[in-house]
Design a protein around this ligand. Structure first.
Ligand code: NDP
Ligand code: VSD
Length: 330
């Protein structure tokens, strides 16, 4: 049956994988899934209590608890020195080799209308969502180049090492209320795609791959926190997405990594359609046929979707008298 079995581009058994934001939500889901597939897993986040309790659950998901190893590192990854130190600690723990792959899930959304946000939020959102991943990637790419890969199977086979970024469906279509967050998530897409090309420089001696995941709504504590600040109109615009559990998002992410996708969606047809409408010069999945055919439909559909969304936003502003100068100010 070997002929029909396609290559697994993301083997994890016996590998060491670092997951940022691994203490809850999607990151924890991914860490548990990788543990179940036989990987050694490190998780990084700030809050130690959450890290400890997540690590317990990850350990319980292990395929073989007698051989697999698990560890947590507490670090604020929006600080470049802390991110570099986290990769150093991970390398020391992993007997001197950097983690084989890194999955960056750390992130959080601060919602609100642009004019209502304190300017500090723009910087915080870049730190939490963009710099946390950029600094982690920078530190691990340097470590990878300093530690050439050791062949896992035959002497000739060099397994690529992978860095995975987590963006969002909001990177494909504007959603009112998300300015501070979406800009950081779009920056992650640009980083991932530029890196995927730049990594080709090292293809012969130190193959590396970068990927970007674009989840839709993920249920959990992160979503509950962001919803407290989310404008009603934003909730209306997001209604087309039913949402997924962290476990569903984790499973779809790993499945797509295994099939070798660079840009990964995890929301069924909705995600595939939104992605295909924004491909430009981006890498297609497989031979690109499905992306290409789908894009015929979505360039048309998305124009209508956008019109409908804009109509909702315009009507909302009108109903709430937004932007109107109060009479007593005149
Ligand atoms: N929830 C959703 O609807 C969607 C989420 N996403 C993105 O998917 C990812 C996962 O989302 P979700 O499952 O909701 O995540 P959660 O909010 O549940 O968890 C976020 C994780 O990131 C960690 N983290 C946050 N900031 C930092 C930091 N500065 N340094 C280190 N760790 C940090 C948190 O731990 P601690 O606070 O202890 O540091 C926690 O482990 C995020 O990047 C999010 O932006 C994308 C689309 C939709
Ligand atoms: C053919 C195209 C049809 C388009 C339909 C539009 C509806 C899609 C809704 C998507 C909702 C956005 C979810 C991500 C939110 C997010 O990233 C935050 N929650 C972060 O925490």
């Amino acid at each position: 049956m070997g002929v029909f079995k396609s290559k697994n581009h993301f083997p994890v058994e016996g590998r060491t994988i670092l997951v940022t934001g691994g203490s809850q939500g999607m990151g924890k889901g991914i860490a548990q899934l990788l543990a179940g597939k036989g990987a050694n897993v490190l998780i990084v986040a700030r809050n130690v209590q959450k890290l400890e309790s997540a690590l317990e659950d990850i350990r319980k998901s292990a395929r073989d608890p007698s051989t697999q190893r698990f560890y947590f590192i507490s670090a604020d990854l929006s600080n470049p020195r802390s991110a570099a130190s986290a990769i150093d600690q991970a390398t020391t723990w992993n007997n001197g080799s950097p983690p084989d792959s890194v999955i960056c899930c750390a992130g959080a959304a601060h919602l609100g209308f642009f004019v209502d946000l304190d300017p500090a939020v723009f910087e915080e959102q870049m730190g939490t969502n963009y710099f946390s991943a950029a600094y982690t990637a920078h530190a691990v790419a340097r470590a990878w180049l300093a530690h050439p890969p050791t062949p896992k199977k035959s002497p000739m086979a060099l397994e690529p090492r992978h860095i995975v970024f987590t963006s969002s469906l909001v990177a494909f279509l504007p959603f009112t209320g998300y300015t501070a967050y979406t800009t950081a998530k779009c920056a992650l897409r640009a980083l991932s795609e530029t890196l995927s090309q730049e990594f080709l420089l090292y293809e012969d001696h130190s193959p590396m791959r970068s990927h970007c995941v674009f989840p839709g709504t993920i249920f959990g504590a992160g979503l509950d926190t962001e919803n407290a600040l989310k404008p009603e109109i934003t909730k209306q615009l997001e209604e087309g997405d039913d949402g997924k559990t962290p476990e569903q998002v984790a499973a779809a992410t790993i499945k797509n990594l295994e099939s070798g996708d660079e840009l990964i969606t995890v929301s069924g047809l909705l995600g595939k359609a939104m992605k295909s409408g924004s491909l430009g010069g981006s890498k297609r999945s497989g031979y690109g046929i499905i992306d290409w055919m789908m894009s015929w439909a979505t360039t048309v559909i998305l124009a209508f979707v956008r019109r409908e969304m804009d109509g909702k936003v315009r009507a909302w502003g009108k109903r709430k008298n937004m932007g109107k100068i109060k009479d007593d100010n005149m």
